[in-house]
Every structure is written in structure tokens, then in C-alpha cells.
Design a protein around this ligand. Sequence first.
Ligand code: HEM
Length: 482
Amino acid sequence: MSRADQLYDWFDTRLDLENGQKFLGKAFPAEDSFLLGEVALFCFLLLVLSGIFLGFFFEPSTSDVEYEGSVQKFQGEEMPEAFVSVLHITYDVPFGMFIRRLHHWAAHLFVASIGLHMLRVFFTGSYRNPREPNWIVGTGLAALAMGAAYTGYALPFDEFAATATSIGYNLTISIPLLGDFLGKVVFGGEFPSSATIPRLYFLHVLVIPTAIAVGLAVHMAILIRQKHTEAPRESDVTTGRQTVDRENDDVIIGLPAFPNQAAVSAVVFFATAATLSALSGLLPVHNVAEYGPNDPASTPELIMPDWFLMWVYGFLKLLPQWASFSVGSVHVSGEFIGGIVLPGLVFAAVAAWPFIDRTESPTHFTADPLSRPWQTAVGVAAVAFIMIASIAGMNNILAGQVLDTSTSAVNPILTAALLLVPPLFGAVTYLLLRDGEPTPSEGGDVAADGGPESTPDGGGADPAPDAGDDPTAAESEEGDDA
Ligand code: HEM
């Protein structure tokens, strides 16, 4: 026995590697759009790594300290320590500016890839029975990703970020009965107080990333347990050991996890890292030196949240003054309705969606969006709704810089657009798809909805979910690869 075999044996007796090999043969369908989830995963990894670097130098404190770094205009000035430490990272720590930018761009790509991944899952119907639990876990992950970005936005404690973060504080304290308590827990009381940055820092570096990591572990565990969805097959697939009927979704056909899918994932990882490095090398981020430290006595001209929270800001801007009311001693403000209730309803609708578009029997094939008129129409209407709400969040720019008018003139138009354009887009999509030609995938989809079919060929296949681990399924793909 060679040394390598002996070493393998040593580990095998302790770690049951044979069992692990079965997992390494797990099949991954070769679909490009399935890589969006991986991009999100790798962004999270890069966020953690770059965040660890930043954590060595960031000081979560608002106490004033004298600035002695290399930005001339602040020399000798007393400024909040958090702000000073971010200047230090940006201008004096070797590679600090690059890593800070990398962290920033990774956060944006993280949220963007989550959004696109979610749209992929939505439009291909991959949330249907039995994947509803993973859709719900995913919805939670999307909310956590936004929470992570929001809490990070505040940390430099510059004039722009501190003012934008104060919107979140005002929304939190607007919650009837619980607002004051939550304001104290999340923001440490009055905004900004000396406890605000330490609280947000704690949430940003420990609580939220841990929750995301746990959520991701559950997301991946469910994915592995249930196996991926697979695009409908054009014909029966012959693998090394068996022929799998084109309509048999008990067996998944895909690349084996190792080495094929691992190689694809490595390419996705390096492509993600390279894109983020290029962005970080070329494009500056949130210029703290230009904004200056937080100054409670002044308000910056332009206040806006990050693009992915702009739709919430849009609700706040469009909600009329009269939307506030009181029930007994409890005051329900417009801020609470626009900033908490409406976004909460959006997230609740997203989480509830697999139970609205219900399928009784398990479905393991993806659907063609063009053959699902009403579901695709709802998706198109939802995307239009979020986009118009986001434009409303920038109503001051639209009014002042594009249309040369006032916000009070554009707001009624934006409100009408928010209420009318999404249903219109949805109706047009529905009518176009309803009368369209059925696509080839429709057959596979219908068969999958009707439950697994037993065919002479499929009868020889292992049942789900273990069939995904069957090296035969993986072998077939190696054949495809060649
Ligand atoms: C931190 C955020 C997230 C990460 C890192 C992530 C990662 C992944 C990965 C790597 C996969 C397998 C490959 C693929 O199908 O793309 C996957 C599958 C899935 N994800 Fe996510 N995801 C995230 C958020 C979400 C969200 C927001 C939703 C929906 C609300 C969602 C729903 C699903 C579902 C239902 C599947 C199974 C799809 C199938 O089998 O075709 N995920 N996710």
C-alpha cells in the first residue's frame, strides 16, 4: 500500500470518507442562471474576509480624538474616532483604500445577485412544492442582507451617512408601542448618541453576519437534501447505467459536485473576485473626506439611502400627510405606514408567494416563464412596482435636475404611476403570454406537476432525493461534457 493510500485509509477510518465520496458525486444541473446563487455566496465570503481586515483598524466610538493622519484639511482637528479610523483606513493603512472599496462593492454585488437569484427562482417556478421552505429562508436572507448593508452604511459616521441612517432611527421609533424600546436596543437611544455606533457595529459584525451564516447553512442543507431543480429535458437521457425518461424528475441529471461542478464554482469565485477587484481599483466609494464628520447642527443638501432601499424611501416620499391617524392613545404615523407597514407587506407577499401559486405534487423541473402567463405577469408587475417606488425615492432629483419642476408637481404623477403602471404591465404580459405558442418545456412541466411518472426506463432509477447522489446521474453529465 502506497503512503497516499495509507494516509487515505487513516482518514477514512476516522471520517468515513467513503460516505463523503457519495456526496462528491452529487449532481448539479449545468444551468448558467443557477450560478447567481453562487455569486451571492462568494460575495458573502469576500465580505467576511474584507470585513475582518477592516475590523482590525475601525474604532466603533464617537468620542472626539485629534486627527493626525495624512488628509491635510483635517490636521489637528478633534473628530469622532469612528470617522478618524475610516480616514486612517482609507489614506494611511497599506491596501486600506482597496479593501474598503472591495467591501463596499461586494456588499452591492451581494444584494444585486440575491435580487437576480430570487428573480431567477421566481420566473422559473423553482419555489414550488417541495421548495417552499427554501424560498422562505431565502426571503429572510434577502432582508438580512439589506440589514447588514444598512448597519454598515452608518459606521464611518460622516455627515452624509449619519443623516441617511437617521431615517432608519425615525422609522424605528415610529413603531406604535414598541418604537421607543427598539430605538434603545438598536440605536442606543436618541440618534446619534454615544451608544449608536457601538450598537450598529455589534449588529453589523456579529449579529447579522451570524444570522446570515446560519440562514445560508440552512439554505444549502435544504438544497442538498431536496436536490436542485433541472431544466426540462429535450429527450430521454442515457447515462452509464440507465436511461432516464425525459419526464422522470425523480432523477436529476447534472455535473458531479467534484471535480466538474467544483471547477465551475472556482471559475465563478475568481470571476466574482476579479470583477470586484477591478471595480475597487477603478471606482471610488463613499468619499468620507469630502463629506466630513457628522455635524448635528447641519443637514446635507441631498439625503438618500443605498439603491436597494430606495423603494422604501419612495413609499415614505409618496405617502400623503393625512395618512397619519390615532387609535385611542396610539399614534400611527405616515412614517410607520410607509417605512415599516408597506415594506413589511411586500416581504410578507414574497414569503407567501409559493402558497399562492401552489402545486399539490412535488415539481423538480424548472418552468418556462413564457408558458406561465399569470405567474410571469405578477412577477413583471412586481418588478415594475419596485422600480417606480425607487424612482419616487429620487423624486427630488427627478423634479429638480431632470424635469425642472417641484416635487409637489411630480409626486401625484409618481403615485398614479405606482398604482396604475404595474397592473398595466402585468395585464399586457398576461395577454401576450396567454395567446402565445406553448413552448417545448410546457410538456415537461405539466408532467412534473402531475407527479413522478413511472416509465420502463425510469423504473430503474433511484428515487429522490438520493437519486441526486447517484454517481450514475453524474456520470451521464461527464459524458455530455466530453
Ligand atoms: C444570501 C443570499 C442567498 C444565497 C447566498 C443563496 C444561494 C443559493 C445557491 C448557491 C443556490 C443553488 C444554486 C442556484 O439555484 O442558484 C440556491 C438555491 C435556491 N435559492 Fe437561494 N440564495 C440566497 C437567497 C435566496 C433568496 C432571497 C431566495 C428567494 C426568496 C432564494 C431561494 C432559493 C431557492 C428556492 C433555491 C432552490 C432553487 C432550485 O433548486 O432551483 N435564495 N440559493
